[in-house]
Ligand binder design. Structure first.
Ligand code: C2E
Ligand code: CA
Ligand code: CA
Length: 239
């Protein structure tokens, strides 16, 4: 019932495909096509979302193996890891390592997204997690940056590789939001952190992001999330 859809991230400078975010979909025999807002929270509450998160990685690993065997270039992915993955009955680090090892995946093809809100209530645990993932050789990306209330502390205390700027700023694309986005990108650039703008829907937004030095753009302007085969065909001209 679980399926993985991929949404492209475009390198803003070159205009080329950089990588994909892997996102879960649930195709239910009774309820039909379900989106994450319908199943992530219940799965988190029951501490089972780790199964889905790991299955996203496994599913990408299988697709990547096929592509490699056909001599095609494999683009990296980022996948979402819930805060509750750290509280699951399994050891999330070992499970990720096992998949990467079993499918002979190169570690620089796999980036782990953790939402800013996950840092609120379990900050010591998250600090440990960040450290551990880095030690194992994975990039860790902060999702939904700016959606919480502790963003600057988070930047000081946690060394994320990439900031994904929450789409709330682009949804209200006024002067105030533009100033905030520009400042985040400038600060991140000084700190040596790459940035992703989420929810890019218009060319005007893309041109603005280019001007302020944002690294990647993700949003409906390029594509909504699609199954692997469809997105591969759709992105051909940007490869
Ligand atoms: P997210 O990680 O912030 O993912 C981005 C969401 O924004 C996706 O929604 C995507 O379809 C949507 N989006 C992308 N571009 C645009 C745009 O231009 N405009 C608008 N309005 N929306 C855009 P989706 O796929 O429904 O996922 C919702 C959330 O569910 C994700 O937010 C993520 O937090 C969570 N999620 C999805 N898959 C997984 C998973 O496998 N594991 C876990 N733990 N969480 C997941
Ligand atoms: Ca995400
Ligand atoms: Ca996000």
């Amino acid at each position: 019932w679980h399926d993985v859809y991929y949404q492209p991230l475009i390198d803003i400078k070159s205009g080329k495909l950089a990588e994909f975010e892997a996102l879960s979909r649930w195709i239910d025999p009774i309820y039909g096509f379900l989106t994450p807002d319908q199943f992530i929270v219940p799965l988190e509450d029951s501490r089972l979302v780790y199964k889905m998160d790991l299955n996203v990685l496994r599913s990408f690993a299988k697709d990547a193996q096929v592509q490699l065997s056909q001599g095609q270039k494999v683009y990296p992915i980022s996948f979402n890891s819930s805060r509750t993955d750290l509280e699951a009955s399994i050891n999330i680090y070992e499970e990720i390592e096992k998949i990467v090892h079993d499918y002979h995946l190169s570690k620089d093809l796999v980036h782990i997204e953790i939402t800013e809100s996950a840092l609120n209530d379990s900050s010591e645990k998250m600090k440990e997690a960040l450290h551990h993932f880095h030690e194992l050789g994975y990039e860790v990306w902060m999702d939904d940056f700016g959606s919480g209330y502790s963003s600057l502390n988070v930047l000081k205390d946690y060394h994320f590789d990439v900031l994904k700027i929450d789409m709330v700023f682009l949804r209200h694309f006024d002067e105030r939001s533009q100033t905030i986005i520009a400042s985040i990108c400038e600060m991140a650039n000084h700190l040596g952190i790459r940035t992703v703008a989420e929810g890019v829907e218009t060319q005007q937004q893309f041109d603005f992001l280019k001007k302020v030095g944002c690294t990647y753009a993700q949003g409906y302007l390029f594509s909504k999330p699609l199954p692997f085969d469809e997105i591969t065909i759709k992105m051909q001209s940007l490869m």
